[in-house]
Design a protein around this ligand. Structure first.
Ligand SMILES: [Zn+2]
Ligand SMILES: [Zn+2]
Length: 397
């Protein structure tokens, strides 16, 4: 078996005709460009494109298959140049009884399944043409609809404050799902501001495989978070086995931002314009003005709902490895990033394997040193909150 790099949450900005799919997404983020970016720059082997139920995207996929540029592979998924496999997926927003909204990813094995899901979705969302369509049904009904056609649903960025199952819907998954659905869920996506140590303080999560995905809205952010999976070959069927930890397939490691760098790590009050980084979590209302309409931090929410004070990792849990993407490394601009990627083949090679001397030959001693400091976890980090990323600082001395 072989190790593959998988990022299962990437958005489409617009279709090949220039019609927007995700308004906040980059225009360059088309189905074809995502495949190319993974192939030429990122070294991502399996990429989940989560707007594959949008009709404009479906027609792009059909054209790419008809022209021979891409092919449907037997184990499920769309193959590009013998190396990159695209998993079709859809992100959908649901609404619970308490009116809390949450996002969910649905993996779709084939283009036919994506079309069938798109047709079912059309009946219950306001606009199937756009990214992350909003439906009024609760998550359990969406899961039933997906599972009925053989699709694989799971919670997206499970702790983020605005749109997630733990963030603003429920304190326990069994408040949202009946047992049979809970037992069929294969994975939980952690999101940028959480990691395995935080999520494993919630006992009901011990059975689930964790995913660390980028939720990229632009080409450079693809692979900012990813999973290393051990399997026979990249495909939908093999990925599903890895998530279920069957026949030796499994996730070997999660790579993600240090959660402090995430946009919602700590609670933020917009009235006071303050992120409460230095206060003991959980901060659930503003210590400054007393306001309760704060943007609750992921750390604060997890501490509020956890049932273990310290993480208890199940034996199957792989390591979570922190990575600081090049764009977060202080003093490294877009030109240096391009030079590094073209020299080492991918951002991952720069971040994890290139030696300091080799880096220095490309971008100079100072930048090379910072990349190594970031790799070894020696940069000081300032926590993010309220939609603002955290920061890495250059150490003095
Ligand atoms: Zn989302
Ligand atoms: Zn305040």
């Amino acid at each position: 078996m072989t190790e593959f790099y998988a990022d299962l949450h990437v958005h489409i900005g617009c279709d090949s005709k220039g019609r927007p799919v995700k308004v906040s997404g980059s225009k360059k983020l088309t189905f074809e460009n995502i495949a190319k970016e993974c192939f030429y720059r990122k070294g991502v082997d399996i990429v989940g494109i989560v707007d594959a139920a949008a009709p404009g995207v479906i027609s792009d996929i059909e054209n790419l298959i008809d022209s021979g540029e891409m092919t449907e592979i037997p184990g499920g998924g769309i193959g590009y140049r013998d190396r990159v496999v695209i998993l079709l997926a859809s992100e959908v927003e649901t609404s619970e009884e308490n009116r809390g909204r949450s996002h969910h990813l649905i993996l779709l094995r084939t283009l036919d399944m994506a079309k069938a899901f798109s047709r079912s979705l059309r009946r219950c969302v306001s606009n199937v043409f756009f990214s992350t369509p909003v439906c009024t049904m609760p998550a359990k009904d969406l899961y039933k609809m997906a599972m009925d056609i053989g699709a694989v649903p799971f919670p997206a960025h499970a702790f983020s404050p605005h749109k997630s199952i733990y963030g603003n819907c429920v304190r326990r998954l069994d408040d949202a799902f009946p047992r049979d659905i809970l037992d069929s869920i294969v994975a939980v996506e952690l999101g940028l501001s959480a990691d395995t140590d935080l999520a494993d303080t919630i006992s009901e999560l011990s059975e689930y495989t964790f995913l660390s995905n980028s939720d990229a809205h632009s080409l450079p952010k693809i692979g900012r978070e990813y999973n290393v999976m051990l399997m026979e070959s990249p495909s939908f069927d093999e990925t599903l086995k890895a998530l279920r930890r069957k026949d030796g397939r499994r996730v070997l490691a999660n790579y993600g931002l240090d959660p402090k760098l995430g946009k919602y790590h700590r609670t933020y009050c917009s009235r006071c314009d303050r992120t409460f980084r230095d206060l003991e979590p959980p901060i659930l209302s503003c210590p400054g003005c007393g306001g309760t309409s704060v943007v609750r931090g992921v750390l604060d929410r997890i501490v509020d709902i956890q049932d273990y004070p310290v993480p208890k990792h199940p034996v199957h849990r792989p390591p979570y490895r922190y990575q600081i993407p090049l764009e977060f490394v202080p003093g490294i601009g877009p030109r240096s990033i391009d030079r590094l990627i073209s020299k080492f083949g991918s951002e991952m090679a720069v971040l994890h394997t290139a030696r300091e001397e080799e880096l220095a030959a490309a971008v100079g001693d100072k930048a090379a040193h910072l990349i190594i400091e970031a790799r070894e976890g020696r940069l000081q980090l300032v926590a993010g909150g309220g939609g603002h990323y955290g920061k890495a600082l250059i150490n003095d001395g």
